[in-house]
Design a protein around this ligand. Structure first.
Ligand code: GLU
Length: 340
């Protein structure tokens, strides 16, 4: 029986890697499932390089990521190497677009300068009067929840701080609104913007545009209708939906995937060198073993067996993806090698 989602031909999904390191099994998990979701719906895939942060992004990593994606058997209809009508597909080449949107938000009275340093923000977040509950912790991007310290600075205060040589970040003035959305994997969500960290930065004090702004503007400009990504970004989503509303655009459908963890329950990061695709390939693991293993963990196969992504398109369903994080065994490289 054809997948119900296959009726919908207007799906446009995206793979949005940040070229800040080598691709690991956790990235492969998200990209495989994002790709399958789009292809199962008969949709298109856009590849966008999220190289917005010049300090952390490297051209070599971008090349490695594209190579690894292809090695896994994933393809895309538009991307840095496959120009299309809504390019460029590298955030570093889209800066004027972000600046123009920021001007619009500024004219609408939504933007204000924030002079708080990271250290001050941490102190503010742990102060006794700081918001409690979810809002007391870290916002989705790891930054401390913002208690609104610079929200009502006067023109004179700002002038004085600028005179002292302090360079402000720019924040978005958020409404005290609850935002709900129906996530295709994580289910019904309902969070206030305060719970998601409050007024968030749209431009850092060093002038770098923030992820939240760039990702929303790009997804709008590129006609993205489906966003499949890790659930570490779940608390960013209400902020992004708020931005969609301010910009008068329709948010995409969201699917936030459980994260892949190592055998100790830690999320995969740079130090997990041995779990990068490059290292696994070097150790003799075939791409089809990785795809088959991840598909099994996603509930798309009854048992792990080597396969290519295309083999999984017909059987893809969001409903089979588990809600809980995926913990890898300690000997995952051996497991994968033997599977191949
Ligand atoms: N570039 C982000 C990352 O690699 C993904 C952001 C998104 O999917 O919205 O974590």
């Amino acid at each position: 029986m054809p997948n119900v989602e296959a009726q919908n031909c207007s799906v446009r999904g995206r793979l949005a890697p940040s070229p800040t390191g080598l691709m690991h099994l956790g990235n492969a998990w998200s990209f495989l499932l994002a790709w399958l979701a789009a292809r199962a719906a008969g949709g298109q895939v856009v590849l966008r390089l999220e190289d917005i942060d010049p300090e952390r992004s490297r051209r070599e990593f971008a090349d490695d990521i594209l190579r690894d994606l292809r090695w896994l058997g994933l393809d895309w209809d538009e991307g840095p190497d496959a120009p299309g009508p809504v390019g460029p597909y590298e955030q570093g080449l889209r800066l004027e677009r972000y600046a123009a949107a920021l001007d619009e938000l500024t004219s609408a009275g939504r933007i204000y300068p924030c002079f708080c340093t990271r250290k001050e923000l941490r102190q503010l977040a742990s102060a006794p009067h700081a918001p409690q509950g979810k809002a007391a912790g870290l916002a989705g991007d790891g930054s401390p929840a913002y208690p609104g310290a610079c929200r009502e600075l006067s023109v004179q205060d700002c002038a004085e701080l600028l005179r002292q040589g302090r360079r402000p970040a720019l924040r978005l003035r958020c409404d005290d609104t609850a935002i709900g959305f129906d996530d295709l994997v994580a289910g019904q969500q309902h969070m206030t913007l305060a719970e998601c960290g409050g007024d968030f930065a749209v431009r850092r004090s060093d002038g770098v545009f923030a992820y939240q702004l760039a990702v929303v503007l790009d997804d709008i400009a590129m006609g993205i209708t489906q966003v499949v990504r890790g659930d570490d970004i779940l608390t960013s989503t209400p902020r992004q939906i708020f931005l969609y509303r301010l910009l008068g655009a329709q948010p995409p459908q969201y699917a936030h995937l459980p994260l892949v963890l190592d055998h100790e329950g830690e999320r995969l990061a740079k130090r997990h060198q041995s779990l990068t695709l490059a290292e696994l390939r070097e150790a003799g693991v075939p791409a089809q073993a990785i795809t088959g293993y991840l598909a099994w963990r996603a509930g798309l196969l009854d048992s792990p067996r080597p396969c290519v992504p295309q083999d999984l398109v017909n059987g893809f369903a969001f409903a089979s993806i588990p809600a809980a994080a995926v913990r890898l065994p300690g000997d995952i490289a051996r497991v994968l090698r033997e599977l191949g």
